[in-house]
Ligand binder design. Structure first.
Ligand SMILES: [Zn+2]
Length: 337
C-alpha cells in the first residue's frame, strides 16, 4: 500500500496517529481570507483539518495577488468572492475534508451564527474592530483564537487561550487613535504575511492535535527586512480587563457597532437591513446609467470616480471615497435606501 498523504505529518513525534486523528475530526474557522487567512487555510487543508470554515466579506482584486495564496488572475478578473475562490482551490488541494465558505461580514448580531463552536478561530482580518469582536466571542465561549497582523515589512502574532493567557483586550485597550498605516497606504511584503500566517497555522495545529500545552503564550513580532523574529513579551492577564476579567463583552453586545465602516483601499462598507437584493433586476436598472459587471455573488457598478459592489444580502462596498456620508449617499441614490 502506498504511504498515505499525511505520512510525513504523522511521523512527527508530537503528532503521531492520535494527534492526526484529532486534527482530522476538528473544526477551524478562518475569519478573513486575505494574505494571512489564505496561507493558514492552505496549510490547514493540506494537514487534513476535518472541517474548515472560511469567512470573508470581500472579492478578489488584482492588487491581492502579490501576497494572497489560493487566488489567480481569473478570480480577480471575474471578481469572485475570496471565500468562494479559496474554497474552490482548497477542494482541488484536498477533497477529503469538509470546507464551508461564507461571504459575509463579522458583525455583533451574527457572530454566533457565522462562527459557531469551532475548536480554534484564526484571525485573518485587517482591522481592530473585528479583532475586538472576535476576542469577545472567543473569550465568552472559551474558544482559542490566534491573532495575526502584518503591514509593511512588520508582522505580529499572538495566541489567546481563554482562562489561560492574556486576551486581546488585556494587551490592547481599544482601536488605536487616528489613521494607522495599512497595506494600501504603507504596502506589504509577501514573505512577511506568509510568515505570520505560518506562525498562526503552527499554533492552530498544536491546538487541534491536542498539544495546547505546547502553545507559547508570547507575542511574536518580526520585521523581516530589518531585524530578527522576536518573542517580545509574555503578556500578563489583567484582572481588571473588561473582557476576560469582568466578562463585559462590549463589542459582542454591539456597543461599538456602526452600519458604515472604512475598509481600507479608499473604500467604505455599508450594511443594509433591507435584506436580499434581486441582483438581476438591479443590473437591468443600472446598465442604463453606467458600467455593470456581475456574477452569481455580487454586482459591480462603475460610475467614475466611484464603483459600488453590491452583495446579495444588500451589503455594499463603495470604492473611491473614504467619506461615509458620500458612500451612504451613493448607496441611497443607486441601490436604494
Ligand atoms: Zn483580558
Amino acid at each position: 500500500m502506498p504511504p498515505g498523504r499525511y505520512t510525513r505529518l504523522v511521523r512527527l513525534d508530537a503528532i503521531g496517529e492520535a494527534g492526526h486523528n484529532r486534527i482530522a475530526s476538528s473544526h477551524a474557522v478562518i475569519v478573513g481570507c486575505g494574505a494571512l487567512g489564505t496561507v493558514v487555510a492552505e496549510l490547514l487543508a493540506r494537514s487534513g483539518v476535518g472541517h474548515l470554515t472560511l469567512l470573508d466579506r470581500d472579492f478578489v482584486d488584482l492588487t491581492n495577488l502579490h501576497r494572497q495564496f489560493l487566488f489567480d488572475e481569473s478570480d480577480a478578473a471575474e471578481g469572485i468572492p475570496k471565500a468562494v475562490a479559496a474554497e474552490r482551490r482548497l477542494r482541488a488541494i484536498n477533497s477529503e475534508i469538509e470546507i464551508t465558505s461564507v461571504v459575509d461580514d463579522l458583525r455583533p448580531r451574527r457572530v454566533a451564527d457565522l462562527l459557531g463552536r469551532p475548536d480554534v478561530i484564526i484571525d485573518g482580518t485587517d482591522n481592530f474592530e473585528a479583532r475586538f469582536l472576535l476576542n469577545d466571542y472567543a473569550v465568552e465561549q472559551g474558544i482559542p483564537w490566534i491573532y495575526g497582523a502584518a503591514v509593511g515589512t512588520y508582522g505580529i502574532a499572538m495566541p489567546v487561550l481563554p482562562d489561560r493567557t492574556a486576551c486581546f483586550r488585556c494587551v490592547f485597550d481599544g482601536p488605536p487613535e487616528g489613521l494607522q498605516p495599512t497595506c494600501e497606504t504603507a504596502g506589504v511584503l509577501g514573505p512577511v504575511t506568509a510568515l505570520i500566517g505560518s506562525l498562526q497555522a503552527g499554533v492552530a495545529l498544536q491546538i487541534l492535535s491536542g498539544n495546547t500545552d505546547a502553545v507559547r503564550d508570547t507575542i511574536t513580532t518580526v520585521d523581516l527586512w530589518h531585524g530578527p523574529l522576536r518573542e517580545v513579551s509574555k503578556p500578563e492577564r489583567d484582572p481588571d480587563c473588561p473582557c476576560c476579567g469582568h466578562r463585559e463583552f462590549e463589542w459582542l453586545n454591539g456597543k461599538h457597532d456602526t452600519p458604515v465602516s472604512l475598509c481600507g483601499r479608499n473604500a467604505v462598507q455599508i450594511h443594509s437591513e433591507r435584506g436580499v437584493i434581486d441582483l438581476a433586476a438591479l443590473k437591468t436598472r443600472l446598465e442604463l446609467e453606467g458600467t455593470v459587471r456581475s456574477n452569481d455573488f455580487a454586482l459591480r457598478f462603475a460610475l467614475a470616480p466611484h464603483e459600488i459592489t453590491v452583495f446579495r444580502d444588500g451589503r455594499a462596498i463603495v470604492h473611491g471615497t473614504q467619506d461615509p456620508a458620500v458612500a451612504r449617499g451613493l448607496y441611497a441614490k443607486w441601490i436604494g435606501s
